[in-house]
Design a protein around this ligand. Structure first.
Ligand code: AMP
Ligand code: MG
Length: 520
């Protein structure tokens, strides 16, 4: 197994001089060296051939002993020095101080075909940043991270990637709902990849400690490797960096809104400096369209991270990043301008995204109202978001009365829908039909274009749960089945039609389906 290892982060940035694996506050360092825990009986459950290829490996490597040992943490690759990164963060709106990789260990960086990939094991044991945790991960949350990172990529959403899913062979104690019912679960390890795993929180840590020298080192490193097109670091370039991060963050969130993804824990330590979706915890997918929905039971009170609030939280998190970068610039105005621009861009980009979802190419002045009226319709009666937008592409112009017929499979509930609601929908279809008359695409052309932005298949909460239930019984087939299905979320895949279905009733209030905690 040949890997072109080219470490930069741990070679160019300051490390913690203490190399013991004890829990502590770490100062003036971006990382601490720590080896993964040796698992007692590792077993490979799934690997992504695509990501193996991306780092220069072949299919045969995946089945080798070397792969099993390396990506389960059993051995450390010669001449590499695994490490955990130091970062801080704001959690649920409050400053949380030092956090860091409490259960992620970076192995090394690989360069392949001019791409840089940092490889990380999640769930490979404690680190100096583990605080009160054990550094381990359970199978259910590992399956969720593994499947969703790859599904998101294929949906066209910027994300960290996943290479392998392993069982560690060790049991892990978890109180899944934080209600005093702790139990042992199977431990697992996901290897994941990204150009870098640097988060907003890495900058916040140094800024909070007035460690401007290391703040500058980290920022310059970030520009050198991940934003080289910006140029040589200077005050002006730090502002440009912030502008880029703001753009990427917004683009990522607009994608989330498009596909109905709710991250669930948008703390600043879970915000990638590259605008990638990172740290798949209690995330979920909208089934019934609902701005107020969050899958995260830990956030049940305030619903801070609900679907409709994600763009605002992106802005809030960017403000924290601006505060962290401020010492390098010492001027407020450029940051304020960018944050203001985010709000305008959000309006423009989300309207453009919604236009694409309903198949409009032109911009007309009443489009925002058309979208608002559609959202009202979607909210007035529980309507499956994914199914609605997918079916809408079948609408044929000139017959607004047929609209409801086209999309009615997206409605939840067995009772008949009140006439007033049907009238509201009819009103919308009439307006939509009139608006479509202004377009130049044929019905068929619109159908094709809409199906490229409205996925047919997403990792519905209950689908992941079915794979988890099977895996807990030792049957891993559904993991592969979903993995393959979600590689082509926009394709019809008639053989998989059974997954193009509303959430079954049993899943509505089931733990793991609509209710997830941060326990993982
Ligand atoms: P998260 O909510 O997963 O983003 O985690 C927030 C912080 O808690 C990060 O610093 C994680 O590394 C840490 N953490 C989460 N779970 C564990 C665990 N089981 N053991 C150690 N640290 C953890
Ligand atoms: Mg995290």
């Amino acid at each position: 197994m040949q890997l072109n290892i080219k470490d930069t982060f741990n070679r160019e940035l300051p490390s913690d001089s203490n190399t013991e694996n004890t829990r502590r506050k770490v100062f003036e360092a971006t990382h601490s060296y720590v080896n993964p825990k040796v698992p007692s009986n590792p077993k490979l459950l799934h690997a992504s051939i695509e990501m193996a290829n991306a780092i220069g490996l072949e299919e045969k490597d995946i089945n080798s002993k070397a792969f099993l040992e390396l990506f389960s943490g059993a051995i450390v690759q010669p001449k590499t020095k695994p490490y955990a990164m130091a970062y801080a963060g704001h959690q649920f709106g409050n400053w949380a101080g030092q956090l860091g990789d409490g259960r992620a260990i970076n192995l090394f960086e690989v360069e392949h075909h001019k791409n840089r990939w940092a490889l990380q094991l999640k769930g490979a044991g404690e680190t100096p940043y583990s605080r009160q945790g054990d550094g381990l991960a359970v199978l259910r949350s590992s399956i969720r991270e593994y499947l969703c990172s790859e599904a998101m990529h294929h949906l066209g959403v910027p994300t960290t990637r996943a290479l392998s899913l392993m069982l560690s062979g060790d049991d892990v104690l978890r109180d899944m709902l934080y209600n005093g019912n702790a139990d042992y679960e199977k431990g697992a390890i996901v290897s994941r990849l990204a150009p870098t795993f640097i988060r907003f929180g890495n900058f916040e840590l140094f800024a909070a400690r007035n460690d401007h020298s290391n703040l500058k080192k980290l920022t310059d490193y970030t520009i050198k490797y991940f934003y080289p097109e910006l140029g040589k670091p200077s005050k002006e370039i730090y502002i440009k960096l912030f502008q880029e991060v703001a753009n990427k963050t917004l683009d990522m969130i607009v994608h989330w809104q498009r596909v109905g993804f709710v991250h669930g824990v948008m703390n600043t330590d879970n915000m990638s400096i590259l605008g990638l979706t990172i740290d798949y915890g209690p995330y979920g997918w909208l089934e019934g369209f609902d701005f107020g929905w969050t899958p995260n039971t830990t956030d049940k009170q305030n619903k801070r991270y609900r679907y409709g609030n994600q763009p605002n939280i992106g802005l809030w998190n960017l403000l924290q990043l601006a505060n962290a970068l401020y010492p390098l610039v010492e001027e407020n105005e450029p940051f304020e301008t960018i944050l203001k621009q985010y709000q305008t861009d959000f309006e423009t980009k989300s309207l453009a995204m919604m236009r694409s979802k309903i198949g409009l190419e032109k911009q007309e002045k009443d489009d925002a109202k058309l979208m608002a009226d559609l959202e009202d319709c979607l909210l007035v009666w529980e309507t499956d978001m994914t199914i609605f937008f997918r079916l809408l592409s079948n609408y044929r112009t000139g017959n607004p009365n047929s609209g409801i017929e086209v999309i009615k499979k997206a409605f939840y509930g067995s009772e008949s829908i009140k006439d007033t609601i049907l009238e509201q929908w009819k009103g919308w279809f009439t307006a939509y039909d009139q608006r479509l008359q202004l377009e130049e695409l044929t019905d068929q052309e619109r159908h094709v274009k809409m199906n490229l932005v409205n996925p047919k298949y997403v990792l519905r909460n209950y689908m992941a749960q079915l794979a988890i239930d099977d895996a807990n019984k030792g049957d891993y087939k559904l993991i592969d089945k979903l993995f393959q299905l979600l590689k082509q979320p926009y394709a019809e895949q008639p053989e998989n039609e059974s997954w193009f279905a509303k959430r079954p009733d049993w899943a509505r209030h089931k733990v793991g389906c609509s209710m997830l905690s941060c326990s993982s």
